[in-house]
Design a protein around this ligand. Structure first.
Ligand code: ZN
Length: 279
């Protein structure tokens, strides 16, 4: 099975509604626009070619929160899905690959926070992990000092299109059943000013950890939580409906995996159904 590891980039822009994944898709400058060939490459990989921009380092930011190299896009274009994708309504979705767990007992996933963050980011991570762990899932998150299975790194990610990039990374689980190795949150002053409470950081971390263990955006098809704009496609990573989760969610539906979230770090009843179904 082809191993798919990629990074997804998230960015949110000051002055807009709080969002873990909101993107500056409408702020793409001419220099970032894709050529016709590049658009075809994006389209053949299963993504929205009208919601893609070229980054300064020559990669491609797709649908707001996935960052691919050209080679990765090309390989995705050749990928033949073996699962049936349900792409009908607004429900909870997982990727084809999820974190493998034992038949009985639990699997511990260690999580570390890199240096360079404000102190309250540490509290936020503890809170996020505790909210997962209280659900008694088959994966148990354990905070470690460094070198976690999921590591949250700090870096000054600067700005894009005049907005403040909050973070990037957070791929999805690998075909070998391991979580994505983590994600980067920006520790720039604009990012930490935006994520200025424990709850906001908790929500972003829980959301990105959700991606690391295989959850896609609840509203991925239309990204209703972000307002009008293009949705995401199932792509080769998959968007498999999680049974028991609702259809017809709207933009204010408070799932932890909504594309644009609201600063309120809770798992709602359907989130808990989804987490318990997969884990
Ligand atoms: Zn996201």
């Amino acid at each position: 099975m082809k191993k798919i590891i990629f990074t997804a980039a998230i960015a949110a822009f000051l002055g807009l509604a709080f969002s873990s994944c909101k993107k500056a898709s409408n702020d793409v400058t001419a220099a970032n626009e894709l050529s016709a060939d590049e658009k075809n490459l994006v389209k053949s990989a299963g993504f929205n070619s009208n919601w893609a921009e070229k980054t300064a380092d020559g990669n491609y930011l797709i649908e707001g929160d996935m960052l691919f190299s050209k080679a990765q896009l090309a390989s995705l274009g050749n990928f033949t899905p073996t699962h049936n994708f349900i792409v009908a309504d607004e429900e909870h979705y997982r990727t084809n690959n999820v974190v493998s767990t034992p038949g009985t007992g639990t699997r511990t996933i260690t999580v570390s926070l890199g240096a360079g963050f404000p102190a309250y980011y540490s509290t936020a991570l503890d809170n996020a992990l505790a909210r997962y762990n209280v659900l008694n899932l088959k994966i148990v998150f354990q905070r470690v000092t460094s070198g976690g299975n999921i590591n949250i790194a700090a870096a000054n990610l600067g700005t894009s299109g005049g907005g403040c990039i909050l973070g990037q990374a957070s791929g999805f689980p690998t075909s070998s059943g391991n979580p994505s190795p983590g994600f980067t949150l920006s520790n720039s002053s604009c990012a930490t000013t935006y994520l200025n409470t424990v709850d906001k950081v908790d929500e972003v971390m829980a959301h990105e950890i959700g991606h690391c263990i295989g959850f896609r955006h609840t509203d991925y098809k239309r990204r209703a939580s972000c307002g009008p704009g293009a949705g995401e496609s199932a792509g080769s990573i998959g968007a498999v409906h999680i049974p028991g989760t609702p259809t017809n969610v709207n933009g204010s539906y408070n799932s932890w995996m909504m594309a644009c979230t609201n600063g309120n770090p809770i798992f709602n009843a359907d989130d808990i159904i989804a987490l318990n179904y997969v884990y």
